[in-house]
Design a protein around this ligand. Structure first.
Ligand SMILES: [Zn+2]
Ligand SMILES: [Zn+2]
Length: 383
């Protein structure tokens, strides 16, 4: 099933959002208000008992209880607003220089924490070796990207996802399939989800995506997806591609950044839009916890050198996760970008179109030079 807007979406005003967001902020708020009611009732009752004997004791009692309540609430709020911890202690499949000689599983599944899964397509299944993310809430689940391989026999993505989904009311949890952007390596698996029950696939074209999420002022504005006890904010991030969005998960504090930010080549289509996007994300995350930035690919080795484009072998890969410092450095890096190529410790900025044009100009110049040389040689011989 495709399209529709049955999933609960809510426009999120950044200013109105709490500065720290826990996975169960709504539950936390109601729990805290219950505690506050209990405390105030206890204070009132005990004060009434005391005040019948001595009034000053009652005042002291009220102040002491108030201070204890404040300390309790502060500690509780800080503790509950921490992101749920997870593990990235995993060795991703590196592919092979001869994939036919070393058969391997097409899909690697890593449990970050019980409600967050990271899936990696083998570099042998497709050189893009995409990372795909499954976030499970109490009412529904969100799948971010469907990877580079369409054939369910070669890449059993939908089957694997359904197995990972928990049951609710004797049925699998409803699933929303969204994309970081429209490039084929992030949505080739979509048809596998087309006939699944209780599954919606977000359109990948700009108009369809904006309408689905309810963006009225693209690329400004942020939309929250309510998964039940877990909100995922959708942040427009055009620049690599006009349809690009990043996803911020309040349960884990992870930013899922697709091709916008990853340990590899940041392919720039529109440097101005890219920089605006980077500033938008930096601003959004300013007052929010950020545990990791997880992108769509790994294209660098541990020393920061890029693998050959199209390679099925990724020996000693760079770690997947990037940090806040990589994000905050991005707007300046984009501002200084020379339009062709710039290397940073954890990513490379490049504009493939500009580089192709430059290569074409160099190739034409070389051809003209050769033609000039040949003509001169022939003239000399004749002379
Ligand atoms: Zn892309
Ligand atoms: Zn990609």
């Amino acid at each position: 099933m495709t399209g529709g807007r049955d999933f609960t979406l809510k426009n999120v005003s950044q200013a109105l959002r709490p500065s720290v967001a826990g996975s169960s902020s709504k539950n936390t708020v109601s729990f805290l208000s219950e505690w506050m009611k209990l405390f105030s009732t206890a204070t009132r009752v005990s004060c009434e008992l005391l005040s019948s004997r001595r009034n000053s004791l009652c005042v002291t009692w009220k102040v002491a209880t108030g201070m204890a309540l404040s300390a309790f609430l502060l500690t509780a709020t800080l503790a509950w607003s921490q992101p749920v911890p997870g593990s990235l202690d995993v060795h991703w499949n590196e592919g092979a220089s001869d994939c036919s000689a070393t058969p391997q599983d097409p899909l690697q599944v890593h449990k970050y924490e019980p409600q967050t899964f990271i899936l990696r397509q083998s570099p042998c299944a497709d050189f893009e070796a995409n990372f795909i993310y499954l976030l499970i809430g109490s009412d529904k689940a969100l799948l971010i990207d469907t990877g580079a391989v369409a054939d369910p026999k070669a890449m059993p993505l939908a089957k694997t996802i359904v197995e990972l989904l928990p049951d609710k009311d004797h049925k699998k949890l409803p699933l929303l399939v969204a994309h970081t952007h429209r490039h084929l390596d992030h949505r080739a698996g979509d048809p596998q989800f087309a006939s699944l029950p209780s599954t919606q696939v977000v359109p990948f074209d700009l108009e369809g995506l904006r309408a689905f999420f309810g963006f009225t002022n693209w690329p400004n504005g942020i939309v929250g997806i309510d998964l039940g006890g877990r909100t995922v904010d959708v942040i427009p991030t055009p620049g690599h591609n006009e349809t690009h969005v990043a996803f911020y998960d309040d349960r884990t504090g992870i930013l899922f950044s697709g091709d916008f930010l990853l340990p590899g080549r940041l392919l720039i289509e529109d440097a101005g839009a890219y920089r605006e996007s980077a500033l938008r994300v930096v601003d959004f995350l300013k007052a929010r916890p950020l545990t990791h930035i997880l992108g769509g690919h790994i294209e660098l080795n541990a020393a920061g050198r890029a693998y050959r484009f199209g390679s099925h072998s990724h020996p000693s890969e760079h770690r997947l996760e990037l940090a806040r410092a990589d994000l905050t450095a991005l707007p300046t890096a984009l501002e200084r970008f020379n339009g062709f190529y710039a290397r940073y410790p954890n990513y490379i900025l490049t504009n493939p179109i500009h580089n192709l044009v430059a290569l074409a100009i160099i190739a034409v110049a070389v051809l003209i030079f050769i033609a000039w040389g040949v003509r001169r040689l022939l003239r000399r011989r004749r002379g």
